[in-house]
Ligand binder design. Structure first.
Ligand code: UDP
Length: 337
């Protein structure tokens, strides 16, 4: 029996594939490599390059590899980009998921795990936010993920599929052995920007808003290490295999850190004192976003190993240094070649 990981060459998907392969599970990947990298896939794991909306491709992979579970990461994930290109987001996140579900139903796939996001909540009334909170996305990104959640729910009800929706909070860090990490060009996430500053690739980091009514005036987020996040997916697979009913889980640590705290953590672990500049608030930013994690912890034995901001920062930094070194070696080869 095999797990199909869509988007398995991307940031989170590649960590998932490594974890499954290490655990001795059969795994197969579909990825169109729009933001992923084929060299992130370990030897022995089949990679099919194509879109999850390509029903013939997906059906062929499911049949050839005896797929019985799907973990669906493939999609677009940049909030500001979704504001500029809403139709692209509805295509990649909503319509593509609809096609994938169509094939999953046709092939009687019993288990489906879906990557969703805390962005489905919009600006919650209460913090930490519980899964039952109203869903009021502020961006096409959040809306497109919510649409996929709704489709999954309806399909599961009609066709007897079981699912777990994982709503991610701020995913950060990298594989502790630095085999994979966030490599997508133009990433805008805070920790990525901070480690780029710490490694001298940026002159400074802008802090978007220092006048929020929070303890230090900056926004607060619940950062979850990518390796812990993928273990939550493994726990979800086990939960469904044991007959657990369809459900939705927040996936964070339930603790918030401010933008300034993140920057300080990166300064400490790197030993480098890069420039920090106060800037205007970024439109659409939510002030505080922290997960209420009681539901996941009551359903499965998920034991995060890297629930520590400095550890997350250190792993992000080690990965960034590796990327930088590889890039310099590549440039050296071009210069001398
Ligand atoms: N942020 C910042 N400077 C940056 C990037 C991000 O001050 O260069 C802030 C951003 O305004 C937000 C927080 O860091 O308050 C987290 O942003 P990120 O884009 O990492 O994730 P989001 O919570 O928006 O999904």
């Amino acid at each position: 029996m095999t797990v199909l990981v869509t988007g398995g060459a991307g940031y989170i998907g590649s960590h998932m594939v490594l974890a499954l392969a290490e655990a001795g599970e059969n795994v197969v990947v579909i990825d169109n490599l729009s933001t992923g990298f084929s060299n992130f896939i370990p030897d022995g794991v089949p990679l099919f390059i194509g879109d999850v909306s390509d029903e013939n491709l997906v059906e062929g992979v499911i049949a050839a590899h005896h797929v019985d579970s799907i973990i669906h990461f493939a999609g677009s994930v940049v909030v500001p980009e979704s504001m500029r290109d809403p139709l692209g987001y509805y295509r990649n996140n909503a319509m593509a998921t609809r096609n994938l579900l169509n094939v999953a139903v046709r092939c009687n796939i019993p288990r489906f795990i879906f990557s969703s996001t805390a962005a489905v909540y919009g600006n919650p009334d209460h913090m930490p936010v519980v899964e039952e909170a109203p869903t009021r996305p502020l961006s096409p990104y959040g809306m497109s993920k919510l649409m996929a959640e709704i489709m999954l729910h309806d399909v599961a009800t009609a066709h007897g599929m079981s699912y777990v929706v994982l709503r991610y909070f701020n995913v950060a860090g990298a594989d502790p052995l630095a085999r994979v990490g966030l490599a997508t060009a133009g990433a805008t996430h805070l920790l990525k920007i901070a480690v780029e500053a710490a490694t001298g690739q940026r002159a400074k980091i802008d802090v978007f808003g220092t006048d929020y009514p929070t303890p230090d005036g900056t926004c607060v987020r619940d950062f979850v290490h990518v390796s812990d996040l993928v273990q939550a997916h493994r726990a979800a697979l086990g939960y469904l295999s044991n007959g657990g009913p369809s459900t939705t889980w927040n996936c964070g640590y339930g603790r918030g850190y401010s933008v300034f705290e993140v920057i300080e953590a990166v300064r400490r672990v790197s030993g480098r004192n890069f420039a920090v500049q106060q800037a205007d608030r970024r439109p659409g930013d939510i002030m505080t976003m922290i997960a209420d994690t009681r539901r996941i912890h009551s359903a499965v034995a998920w034991a995060p190993q890297y629930d520590n901001l400095e550890t997350i920062a250190a792993h992000a930094l080690a990965w960034e240094e590796k990327l930088l070194q590889e890039r310099r070696q590549g440039e050296g080869r071009v210069a001398t070649g």
